[in-house]
Write a protein that binds this ligand. Structure first.
Ligand code: ZN
Length: 292
């Protein structure tokens, strides 16, 4: 592997500028986490949790997090999680995992998830899968992901994830900001990624839009996702899902996923999940009016 690629969480943290704001945020989270009522994790709901990377120096934390979560949560596949939200069949706490951007170290994350019987969905950008040219990787990481250059999965590894029982989803060809992209280009991108992933992976259902906040998306984008053939569409807005009586149309289901960095303090991660459980409401299940 090219020695210029980043290979540890420690190195990633060193590159980040530690500002007064980041220290204050960390301190505030520690305070809030100490007050969080972890009994709320026993609430019946579906929680989606997603990561980007699992570097070797994050593995121990990942094991610890999975051990803690397994006490209260039933680990289910991404597809099952979606179906439970759609059907309202949410009789206990469920959690499902996903990962965005298709970094090479996702393979290791999948191996660890396998040990816990957890099946995830990996959202990849087909335009960068298998890329080995350092300059192209560096440009994509710097300009688009705002991340240091890192290794990506290749197609053989994507197939291996599938063979282990994980699902593959689309994250657009090259991680575009849909809110800033024209309608025709969005449509073309959706059709192209759907076609490539269908040919490579023998079928694809899930889509997660890049950057993940509502302001990175559009109603045109949401419609294009389903027109292309995908049957789910995820955000990176925090929250969890509880059962609702009225039916939810698939193309209106707003899958909320909590972003997590496995190197973070585990109590901070749990704080976000407790907060979701506390604030859970059925309004969260549907895209906001501006995106419908
Ligand atoms: Zn992404």
């Amino acid at each position: 592997m090219d020695s210029r690629l980043i290979t540890s969480y420690g190195a990633l943290e060193q590159l980040k500028k530690k500002t007064l704001k980041s220290y204050a945020r960390n301190l505030a989270l520690t305070g809030l986490a100490a007050l969080a009522n972890q009994q709320l994790l026993k609430k019946p709901r579906v929680q989606f949790l997603y990561i980007h990377h699992l570097f070797a120096d994050e593995e121990q934390h990942f094991h610890e997090l999975l051990r803690i979560l397994s006490r209260d949560h039933h680990f289910i596949s991404y597809g099952e999680a979606v179906n439970r939200v759609l059907s309202g069949n949410i009789d206990r706490p469920y959690i499902t995992f996903s990962s965005d951007d298709g970094l090479h170290n996702n393979l290791r994350a999948a191996e660890i998830l396998n040990e816990y019987g957890a099946k995830a969905c990996f959202f990849v950008n087909p335009g960068i899968v298998g890329e080995t040219d350092f300059d192209r990787i560096s440009k994509f990481c710097t300009d688009t992901l705002r991340f240091p250059p890192v290794a990506f999965l290749n197609w053989e590894e994507v197939s291996r994830l599938q063979a282990w029982g994980h699902e593959i989803g689309s994250h657009t060809m090259m991680h575009i900001n849909i809110a800033a992209t024209g309608e025709q280009q969005i449509r073309d991108d959706m059709h192209q990624t759907f076609k490539i992933l269908t040919e490579r992976c023998g079928g694809v259902q899930h889509f997660a839009f890049p950057f993940g906040r509502f302001f990175h998306f559009s109603n045109v984008g949401r419609k294009a996702v389903f027109e292309a053939g995908f049957t789910t569409c995820a955000t990176a807005e925090r929250g969890c899902h509880i059962a609702q009586v009225s039916p939810i149309a698939r193309d209106q289901l707003c899958i909320r996923r909590d972003h997590t960095v496995l190197g973070w303090n585990i109590n901070h991660i749990l704080y976000f999940l407790v907060n979701n459980a506390k604030n859970a409401n059925t309004t969260n299940n549907i895209y906001p009016p501006g995106l419908l």
